[in-house]
Write a protein that binds this ligand. Structure first.
Ligand SMILES: [Zn+2]
Length: 526
């Protein structure tokens, strides 16, 4: 147990990110491959203070520096360009999704729909922070670079591809009995990530995409057994110069070129589906009929066990929720307007809200599209931003001061995902059963404010563990605090009493919950 002597008291909370006054070199902007010139509002170099990730808030306005970088419930302060005061982020959960990478997710304090994801590894820091109509992207300039940039992007000015992003595979295979969930897998979909040569910081990208997808599934009301994980990362060593995203997806389907061994790879990695991250290139003409939209956005084959593949342009994978949108197609989702691919489940759709009086208040859920929706759309730019939710008419959120409902009778993508993801998770079968629950679990208060140590029991056959909290003793509305290979973590109880349960997981899914323990906050350092 720690004592007050272990804590270094500070009068001021340190900022994790500080802006460097040095003007950014154009070449570094290009190397960071932000690729969204029209949307770029500002770009700065930044410095980090890792101490900001180890802070517990004490009494009398003081802060305490503790030694633990994997702590849910803490707050992170950082400086953003064109924002006067330091911004405070609340950490909902901490995950180790890829070896050596710690990923924090949560929201901006005061704006619960401004989500953030932040991954830290030896190779650098990568993050995406929503701030109203802007997003901030933090990236190393290139592989293993100590120099990092923060780019401020205007979401409404991100270049959109209005062509259909749903392709028809030659390798079409029909699924039978798609509604019979009991015949299918666990809902835990394993994804193999391919990278085009020149897309750097692969494990950071994978951590961000996996955590952003799982957070969106959870906040959209999709049952918690439906998640994705990384089955592996494979660098292709090939560049697809001159090819557009459709052509690259076509190579995956045809099992040609860099993808000649894609079926062997799926087997070797135990992956259900595969995706390829390619370099964004806005200047390339991809379709002479719809204009020079370039190699932007993504493309996918919908709900097809013969070719369960998608392609994302790197800057879009984070910038415009494109990775989540294309994964939604692979899982059987459709756009808001176009016909659903699975006719008997017409609600597997996105949702759009078109405000013709104030177009800037138009929005769509993750499965909304830019070419086939009734979102206000004119030319290359769209005011109709994607919100980080799958459609669900039971979800009401506050958006720009209004309470909005995220779906209707025909737009219940959250329900479809609970049918489609178990089917997709069975594309490669169930090699082993999920492990038993990690009983017993215990929580020890560290005698200093909200800091608690939580420990659970290792289980053979488990590859990772998940720790959840609820503020109710019935464990309603559980929120994940930790996901990774450790059997212990620290949590910071910011107020009230937290009820905690853990799960043990492997490629087939997760165990039932462990026993329940409580964690609490004390008002002082004992
Ligand atoms: Zn689409």
């Amino acid at each position: 147990m720690l004592s007050a002597a272990n804590y270094q008291a500070l009068d001021k909370r340190p900022d994790f990110v500080n802006l460097s006054p040095q003007p950014i070199i154009q070449n570094h902007l290009r190397q960071a491959n932000l690729g969204q010139d029209a949307a770029l509002v500002s770009a700065n170099y930044i410095n980090f203070d890792l101490n900001a990730l180890n802070i517990v808030k004490g009494n009398k306005g003081r802060f305490h520096n503790i030694k633990n970088t994997e702590m849910s419930g803490q707050e992170i302060s950082l400086r953003l360009p064109n924002v006067e005061k330091p911004v405070l982020l609340y950490v909902d959960n901490v995950q180790n999704l890829v070896k050596g990478v710690v990923t924090y997710t949560g929201y901006r304090i005061g704006q619960v729909n401004d989500f953030f994801i932040l991954s830290i590894a030896d190779e650098g820091v990568m993050a995406k922070i929503n701030y109203g109509k802007y997003i901030y992207i933090i990236k190393p300039i290139k592989s293993k670079s100590v120099k990092h940039t923060i780019a401020q992007l205007d979401k409404t000015l991100i270049i959109k591809d209005i062509r259909d992003d749903v392709a028809k595979a030659v390798n079409q295979k029909k699924l039978s009995a798609v509604t019979e969930k009991s015949n299918n897998g666990s809902g835990h979909v394993k994804v193999l990530f391919y990278f085009e040569n020149g897309v750097w910081n692969q494990s950071l990208y994978v951590s961000l995409i996996v955590s952003e997808m799982n957070a969106a599934l959870s906040r959209s009301g999709v049952p918690t057994s439906n998640t994705i994980s990384s089955a592996g990362i494979k660098l292709l060593g090939a560049s697809f110069t001159g090819l557009c995203k459709d052509g690259i997806l076509g190579l995956m389907d045809a099992r040609q070129g860099a993808f000649a061994n894609i079926d062997q790879d799926l087997n070797a990695y135990g992956a259900d589906i595969a995706v390829t991250l390619i370099k964004t290139y806005t200047g390339q003409i991809c379709d002479p009929f719809s204009g020079p939209v370039g190699r932007v956005g993504g493309v996918a084959y919908p709900y097809n066990p013969g070719s369960p593949f998608a392609v994302f342009a790197d800057a879009y994978a984070l910038g415009d929720l494109t990775a989540l949108h294309e994964l939604g197609h692979v899982f059987g989702g459709s756009h808001a307007i176009m016909q659903p691919y699975i006719i008997r489940n017409r609600y597997a759709k996105g949702f759009t809200m078109n405000n013709s009086i104030t177009p800037s208040d138009s929005w769509q859920t993750i499965m909304g599209s830019y070419g086939y929706s009734n979102c206000n759309f004119s030319g290359v730019y769209s005011t109709c931003e994607r919100l980080d939710y799958f459609s669900n008419p039971n979800k009401v959120i506050s958006y720009e001061g209004n309470n909005i409902t995220l779906g209707d009778t025909y737009s219940k993508m959250y329900l479809w995902l609970d049918i489609g993801m178990p089917v997709v998770s069975n594309y490669k079968g169930l090699p082993i059963p999920p492990p038993p629950a990690p009983n017993p679990i215990s929580a020890t208060n560290e005698s200093c404010f909200g800091l608690n140590s939580v420990t659970w029991t290792a289980q053979s056959g488990a590859t990772e563990y998940k720790l959840y909290k609820s503020t109710s003793s019935n464990f309603t509305s559980p929120v994940m605090l930790y996901n990774g290979t450790n059997t212990t973590t620290a949590v910071n109880v910011n107020s009230g009493l937290w009820y905690l349960r853990a799960q043990a997981c492997n490629a087939s899914g997760c165990s039932v919950y462990s026993n329940q323990v409580t964690a609490y906050r004390i008002s002082n350092c004992l």
